[in-house]
Ligand binder design. Sequence first.
Ligand code: PHE
Length: 491
Amino acid sequence: MRDRWATRTMFLFAAIGSAVGLGNVWRFPYLTYEFGGGAFLIPYLIALFVLGIPLLILEFAIGQKLQKGAIDAFKSVHGRLRGVGFMAIASGFMVVIYYAAVMAWALVYFLRSFSARLPWAEDAKGYFFGNVLQLSDGIGQVGGINWMLLAALAVVWILIYFCVWKGVKSAGKVVMITMPLPIILLIALFIRGITLDGALTGIFYYLKPNFAALLSTEIWLAAASQIFFTLSLGFGIMIAYSSYKKETQDIAKDAYVTAFANSAISIFSGFVVFAVLGYMAFSTGVGVPDVVASGPGLVFVVFPQALALMPWAWFFASLFFLTLLMLGIDSAFSLVESVNTVIADKAKNAVKHKIAFVVCLVSFLLGIIFTTNAGLYFLDVVDHFITNFGLVLAGIFECLAIGWIYGAERLRTYINKVSEWKVGPWWSVAIKYVIPIILTILVVVQFIKEIGANYEGYPTWAIGIGWLTVVIPLVVAAILAFRPARTKIRL
Ligand code: PHE
């Protein structure tokens, strides 16, 4: 008997918990700022409706209809298609390995927040790169293992293990806390943020539209890949999660609720982040553009620095890093659960917690590379290739497999049979034509950019490692296609 979510709320909280993560708090606000402020919302919302929602409906529907994790679900569509699921799972597995490393940094900051004077008050940048990461000068200088980070990573993996050790039974309970709590914490940080001097200047920068930015192709690519990342699409997660629903449960409404809740939280956290950046600009007497930094810089350098300037610094700092940890954990364990699900599909008699233990242990061991002195560089390379290629390719394959082989209309008929809100014929058009075409253009444009110049100027061997993270799953998928499994179509 397949495991089940105890309630519909648990499923929804788990799906939203997976979607809402570090991507909402640093990636979204930063992209918005970089690509023309308020104007970024236009491509972002278009990508949400054109790519995000149809694909989310697709992933929810195949998981629920076929009652299997990504690999076996695609195998039941056609014996040659196991690789589509494998591609998704393999990419997801690699993402969680470094996602946990980022959570380990947050854990270190959280623990160090409890001091009268925050240890990074003097030099937040030096603290992050020198003290926490102990970063070397280049990816070639791997140096040794940073024991502090290794210990933090082990703690993070132990936490993840206890969230998923009983599959959706335990994960369903955990998300009832880890989904809503960080939102409450964000609201607290929002109230603190907007009452700071300079907050409005920051928010003004966040929302000020620059419509000229809409003319660049980059903004559209950025919006599309952000939608993939933020909705956890192309990883097999939403397929695994919905495979634990009953076949007769509603699909469309759950997809809309998940997608809108996730985007609302992104837009909201933009206000929090920019209010704090405005305060920081005000306190240090520089302009808002001068305090903004991208990626890890925003969350682990600028934000800590701003927090250190506040009264009750230790309190708000610990609150912020606790928020990050909570945001991250349900995204991280959703990836682990999607891997566990495909293994459990195969090994019917295996005990769930043993599978979870092995997956967590292997992920932890592989993650050690990210705790070395060159860890951040490796993380940057792997993240770049998987998010730009791995997940987008998985998305294209999913659309082609369902649109053309399983039949988009056939799946839509099923969706409409169980859903209260009906999905129109536009959905099949999106799955068969619009999404694969848009994503293919996206991948090709990005590919041309990659071969033009090494990403961030990394040495070619490092770029090669990045490509391997995409090529290995692709090759395995191709091999699986040539060695078809027996098809058992469930009608
Ligand atoms: N959706 C998560 C976020 O926005 C990230 C994530 C990506 C989680 C892929 C799982 C899988 O942070």
